[in-house]
Ligand binder design. Sequence first.
Ligand SMILES: [Zn+2]
Length: 463
Amino acid sequence: MRLRFLGAAGEVTGSAFLLENGAGRLLLDCGLFQGGADERRRNAAPFPFDPTSLAAVVLTHAHIDHIGRLPYLIRAGFRRRIHAHRATVALADILLRDAYELMRADLDKENRARLRRGLAPRPAPYELEDLERVLESFVSHDYRKPFEPLPGIMVEFYDAGHILGSASLRILWQEAGRARVLAVSGDLGPHGAPLLRDPEPITDADWLILESTYGDRRHRPRAATVEELGMILETAAESGGSVLIPAFAVGRSQEILWWLSQHRERFGLHRFRIFLDSPMAVAVGEVYERFVTLLDEEAKRRWQGPAHPLRLPNLRLVTRSEDSIAINRLEGPLIVIAGSGMCNGGRILHHLRHRLWRDNTAIVFVGYQAAGTLGRKLVEGASYVTIFGERIKVRARIHTLGGLSAHGDQEDLCRWYGALEKHPPVWLVHGEEHAREGLAAALRQRFGAEVHRPRQGEGFLLS
Ligand SMILES: [Zn+2]
């Protein structure tokens, strides 16, 4: 069996791993590279294998950096099945359509500029029909129900606790009369987060591909983080200011609403107008509703009772863009949760443009901010930023609530690895270099693990 790393090798986006033996080729994840113009070029570049030669694709979860290149794969001729957990299939429909809209908007803007310079417009990397074909190619699976995407290779989904439907993969085959197991962690959630269950370990792997997003970090405890959020809200209420929370539509938005509903009285939330300004997050809320049986015990209980975690009395779900723009005219105290989580697009941009220059605004980052994004610039303390071509002074207070991450920290990752009985060789992916180094050192020291940090395109023989 051969394994090749085609993305998320030394970076956090573009997850894609190719597994191949005599029976055929399997692609694990097919993620978009995210960031700027360089990444756009990488997405549009030909795949480093013949897409028509793939027997199937298996997905870990619905985040775009794990599934966003599927329409490109279809465009390049792939016509086989795409296997995913059934909640991933539901979320992929929402996320891929959103990614398509973003791609179109970027392309239209670029092409208007090209036409002004007398250049020919660039063709779209894929069309809506390719996206529809992706959705038609899905096969839905449940946790812990093995399936056979390639003759002789069994795959089983384990709950990864990262977003709804997220899975770690246990991949099993026979070689020289022996069972062989490759585990792929996918993105792993933290222990003790609300809504989702804790990540479920795979115990019997011979090799492991492990994510390392926060491999060199320890998160603050969630309780302390939620206290900090309370303090930020108190300051905003007193100054009549606004709190902008750039949040991914899947996971982070729902967790923020959970904490707000949990602490409604204590945070004095009746003083605020609260907006979930994201058609996508609203649609994702409906998927949570459909898959409530996948949530943890406390969430399931509260879903049935009066304190429904996603339904605060003064919360408005905003879908129409004119209603979103109308928020600009409102004075605080108000809370706006809007995407994108890294401020590289979406409705959060117009809220930032209207409120970033005011000193009674607080921006609260709750997720990972990739290099090159506006979110990263704000977190790193930029005093001016450019939004829609306009230079804007940053007077708002910038907060980073690291403790609400959807990814486990070094301790969580080590705990998941520690559950593997053989302490197998491990390849670290989905992390910037400092994060991989930090996790590699911890795994070597605590478990004597054989740790690899694969480069883009690097291949290994599993035998
Ligand atoms: Zn993810």
